[in-house]
Every structure is written in structure tokens, then in C-alpha cells.
Design a protein around this ligand. Structure first.
Ligand SMILES: Nc1ncnc2c1ncn2[C@@H]1O[C@H](COP(=O)(O)OP(=O)(O)OP(=O)(O)O)[C@@H](O)[C@H]1O
Ligand SMILES: [Mg+2]
Length: 376
């Protein structure tokens, strides 16, 4: 695709520099550069751009962006600024932006930023889900890995997994990855990152699924870097349609920050010694502080036998709260998959486990439509 770029840049020197970079990027061409928003809105249409670069550094940038969006409702608008900021990023997206890039940018960064929203849509519609377990060994890493594949397959959209276990992440082992970079480096570098540069910290698993791995080397980053972690989560919304976060067990600053930043939090417990309903109740108690916890907290039980609607209802009754999903006992296929570095949903597409995971994937894709309509 050829991009005819309308460049709105207030600074003369920066404008010249950006224009040169854009024209040096294969497939990109500046059709017109404007220094004022009024001129760009008034005259821009004549040059038939199909991509707008919008300078966010001026006063009332959100209001101006809304005006651009009104004037060019069908064109993608890539915001440019001095620094990516978590607190304004979502406001720019809500106001009509399709992505954000720090300037001056390279030809590579420009191409990646545009490819990113062309592939993925703008971060406006992304859904972020945290998977938390009141006790360890709940089956949540297994569930997330399989759910990510199921979501990508059903929607053909980009799915990101974030292993937020800053001490004992196991997602890399699941996918047989030797990550060059992990969440520790991403959080460490977060202040200098923007969505396009964060992208390379994720390791590809399939065409549509990528993982930001946790680390197996214990370190103290958990104590200091919550704001960096929050920045990574906010940037990930621009990179993926779905983001699934595996958080360390128990409540700590990381799991709380992930849950706060998520559209929903799944509480996972494995049927085991009979205490799991009790553990789940205790976990629910903690989330009751959220005014909207009824919608944002979703219990899941794994290794449920028999895995059917009756078991789910019984668990909901025992818990006094609706259970979102039940996942069957699938020890054999889960361990065969693990031994082969593959996922259960790939190995046995018709198994009860795959069906349960697909059902949950359907719930999430439907759920996000509802959420989007509510937001619109
Ligand atoms: N649906 C299932 N049925 C039976 N066994 C399962 C199921 N899901 C996972 N397991 C097994 O339970 C164990 C724990 O699974 P998993 O690592 O996914 O849980 P976790 O909650 O991420 O654990 P951790 O607390 O170590 O992070 C693994 O041995 C896995 O093979
Ligand atoms: Mg795990």
C-alpha cells in the first residue's frame, strides 16, 4: 500500500526532518506539510491524503485531534510527540488517533507504527485480561497459553501474552522459547519505550500470538517498578487486540496493578482438595472494593469433573457468585503437549479441553463487543 501523508507539524525544522524521513520510507510520500491545524483541516482534503501525522505537542492537542478526526473521519491518524505517556495515550486514541510515535522517528519506526494499526486496528478496542490465582498450581498458565491460540485462530487478530511473573515466569517454558528480552528489560526500559519499540520485546509464537516472557532470574524489580509495568500494559493495548496477563499468585503490587489495568480479571482455581471454593471466596472478598466487581471479576475452575453446566451451576451456588467457565481435567493431553513444546488445543482440536477453551474465547469476543458498544 502507498501512503500519501498529510504532515501536520508545528515546528519548522522538525517538520523538514520528518518530511525527509517520510519520503525516504518506501511506500510513503508527503503530499503536503502544514504548520497550523486550521490550514491542515481547511486545505488538507485537496491533497487526497490517506494517512495523517498529527503533532500532539501544542496546546489543546486533544481538542484539535477531535477536529481532525471529524474533518477526516475515515483516515488513520498517527499522533507524534516528544515522549509516549501512559496518562494521555488512551485519550489520544479515544479522540480519534490510531497510534502514537515519538519524533523524530526512523523509517523503520514509521513503517512499524503504521503496520501495527493496519494489522491490529487502533488500541481503542483492545481488551486486556488478567489471570490471577488465589493459590498456586491453578492451571492458569496452561489456560492462558491455549486461550491465546484459540483467540487468535477464531478472530485472526493479534494476541499478546504478558508473563508478569518477575521472579519465576514459566510461560517461556510452555512455548519452548529462549527469550532474548523479558518483562524485566521491558520494565527497565519502559521510560524510553513507545509501542513500536516495545513490540520487539515480545517473542513470536505464531503469526498472531506473541509473548513478553517473565524471568527465571529472581530480582528485586517488583519492589520498584510498578509505574514502568503500568506503562508496558498501556502500550500493549496499542499492539494487540487481546492482551492476556499471567500474574504471580497472591496479591502483590504487580498482580494488583495488572488487575486494575484490565477490563476483567479471571480468578483461577484448580479443583483439588475441596478448599478451592473457600480460596475463591477469599479472593472475591478482596475485589469487592471495586464498585464494578460483579462485571470485572470472573471465577474459573480448572480440572472439573464432570465438566458440564451442572458442575458450573453447583460451583456458582457454593460460591454465591457466577462462575465464568469450567475447564475439564485434561492432565494427559496437557502433559503430552508440554513434553512436545506444543499446545493442547493444537494437539487435540476436538478434546473437551479445546472445546472449553474455545467456549471461553467466544465469551471474550462477544463480551468485548458488548464492552465496545457500551463505551461508544
Ligand atoms: N485442565 C487441567 N487438567 C489437569 N491438569 C492440568 C490442567 N491444567 C493444568 N494442569 C496441570 O497442572 C499443573 C499446573 O498447571 P499450570 O502451570 O498451568 O498452573 P499455574 O496456575 O500457572 O501454576 P503456577 O502457580 O506454578 O504458576 C501442571 O502440571 C499442568 O500440567
Ligand atoms: Mg503459572
Amino acid at each position: 500500500m502507498e501512503y500519501n501523508v498529510l504532515l501536520y507539524e508545528r515546528e519548522l525544522i522538525m517538520g523538514g526532518q520528518l518530511e525527509e524521513t517520510i519520503n525516504n520510507t518506501a511506500g510513503f510520500h508527503v503530499v503536503r506539510r502544514f504548520q497550523t491545524a486550521t490550514d491542515a483541516i481547511g486545505q488538507g482534503g485537496m491533497f487526497q491524503p490517506n494517512l495523517i501525522l498529527f503533532d500532539t505537542t501544542g496546546k489543546n492537542a486533544i481538542g484539535l485531534l477531535e477536529k481532525f478526526h471529524e474533518a477526516f473521519p475515515r483516515l488513520p491518524i498517527l499522533c507524534t510527540g516528544d515522549q509516549w505517556r501512559a496518562d494521555t495515550a488512551s485519550r489520544f486514541l479515544q479522540a480519534g488517533g490510531s497510534g502514537y510515535i515519538v519524533k523524530p522517528f526512523t523509517t523503520e519506526e514509521l513503517r512499524e507504527a503504521v503496520e501495527n494499526f493496519a494489522k491490529n486496528g487502533s488500541g481503542r478496542d483492545s481488551s486486556v485480561y488478567t489471570f490471577f490465582s488465589p493459590k498456586g498450581k491453578s492451571g492458569k498458565t496452561t489456560l492462558i497459553a491455549n486461550l491465546a491460540l484459540a483467540l487468535a485462530r477464531r478472530t485472526r487478530e493479534q494476541v499478546g501474552i504478558i508473563d508478569a511473573d518477575l521472579q519465576f515466569g514459566d510461560m517461556a517454558v510452555f512455548f519452548n522459547l529462549q527469550p532474548a528480552t523479558t518483562i524485566v528489560e521491558a520494565v527497565r526500559d519502559s521510560e524510553f519505550l513507545q509501542p513500536v519499540s516495545l513490540s520487539s520485546y515480545f517473542m513470536p509464537v505464531t503469526e498472531n500470538v506473541r509473548v513478553l516472557c517473565g524471568t527465571r532470574t529472581p530480582n528485586l524489580i517488583d519492589r520498584v517498578a510498578i509505574d514502568g509495568f503500568e506503562r508496558i500494559l498501556a502500550m500493549s493495548r496499542e499492539l494487540f487486540r487481546y492482551v492476556l496477563i499471567d500474574v504471580p499468585q497472591a496479591f502483590n503490587p504487580t498482580s494488583i496493578a495488572a488487575a486494575e489495568a484490565s477490563d476483567a480479571t479471571f480468578l483461577c482455581a484448580m479443583k483439588n482438595d475441596g478448599y478451592e471454593v473457600y480460596h475463591m471466596m477469599r479472593a472475591l472478598e478482596i475485589f469487592k472494593d471495586w464498585p464494578d466487581y460483579q462485571e470485572r471479576v470472573k471465577p474459573i475452575f480448572t480440572r472439573v469433573t464432570p465438566c458440564n453446566a451442572a458442575s458450573r451451576e453447583k460451583l456458582s451456588d457454593d460460591l454465591g457468585f457466577p462462575v465464568a467457565a469450567v475447564i475439564p481435567n485434561a492432565y494427559d493431553i496437557v502433559s503430552t503437549a508440554a513434553d512436545n513444546g506444543r499446545m493442547a488445543v493444537d494437539i487435540e482440536p476436538s478434546s473437551a479441553l479445546t472445546q472449553a477453551v474455545n467456549k471461553l474465547a467466544d465469551q471474550l469476543t462477544r463480551g468485548s463487543h458488548v464492552a465496545m458498544e457500551a463505551r461508544a
